[in-house]
Design a binder for this molecule. Sequence first.
Ligand SMILES: [Zn+2]
Ligand SMILES: [Zn+2]
Length: 358
Amino acid sequence: MIGRHIAYFDRSLKLLEGEVAPPPPGAVVARVTMAGVCGTDAHRLAGEVKGPDEPISLGHESVGVLVELGEGVTADFAGSPICVGDRIAWLPGGGCHRCHACVTLQNENICENIRWPVVSTLPNGAGYRDYATLLDGDIFYRVGDDTPDEAVVALGCALPTALGLMERLGRIAPGQSIVVQGSGPVGLSATLLAAQSSASKVILIGTGEDRLAWGATFGATHIIDIESTTPEQRLAEVLELTDGLGADIVLEGTGFIDAFTEGIAMLAKHGRYVIAGLYAGDKTVPFNPVLLNNRNLEIIGSYFGRASHRREALAIVAKLHKDVNLSAMVTHRFPLDKTEEAINLMASGQAVKVVVVP
Ligand SMILES: [Zn+2]
Ligand SMILES: [Zn+2]
């Protein structure tokens, strides 16, 4: 079996072709039917993520059909029985399950030995390829036949990221106010989850008519467009919406450093700020920690979500897509040989969700 795959090196992408090896024991091979484009890919192409030292594979929001099971594989990562022909969704890579992060913290995403990114010439579970090989320990789950690929990929890695964020945040008390910064997939996913909590207000700050409309669909009670407001106006609006107190919770899902200063200024006393979008880059901002002390503020970092969050995300999508046409979030499709265009479009913020269909 011959398959094509995208190799990334030195800020450019190449389309290569090669033999797809049969899966080793414990592994599976899936034909990729759709791969979501994530903002992370754009950050990588822009050189904001360190490395790699050799060509690697990209694409980490994938859906596909199982074509071959390695010896001993009878179930997905959560124990659901699987066979050839079943649809699965997966995250490439996996933790080592033998380190402090994996075992004690139960968070394989911050495992120091995580198998991601991966060398492009070796069989791997990246999405920008015809056939993905999920090695023993890679996290994949069966997808119900009534959940379309588009719905699975619509919120991609963003929904597990937002689930991780909510876990790091902890309890949302009834009546609390939440500001979500960012109307990309992470901000929209955070809006969706915040709106399902007992918060009284969910104020989405973002841009893009379509993206903001999805924010309203997902339950934002108020929307502030950054294109038509200044930072001062946004702060004034949040204060007005919160009786002059500020927001109890601000969730950052933008990836832009300026959001940090703006978000902290919006916090009420005892406010909590969660950083989920700012995960790469070396820009800094001046910050006076006295504010944390005087106003009893908390700043919480949240890197992605755990393996269980991916499963929870699929469960949310399986239910939600029956009420909301999640598939319509996929606004642009590209073939495998146009992956670079797909990533550039996602980076431009002009699309809601871009996918690659190999
Ligand atoms: Zn991602
Ligand atoms: Zn580990």
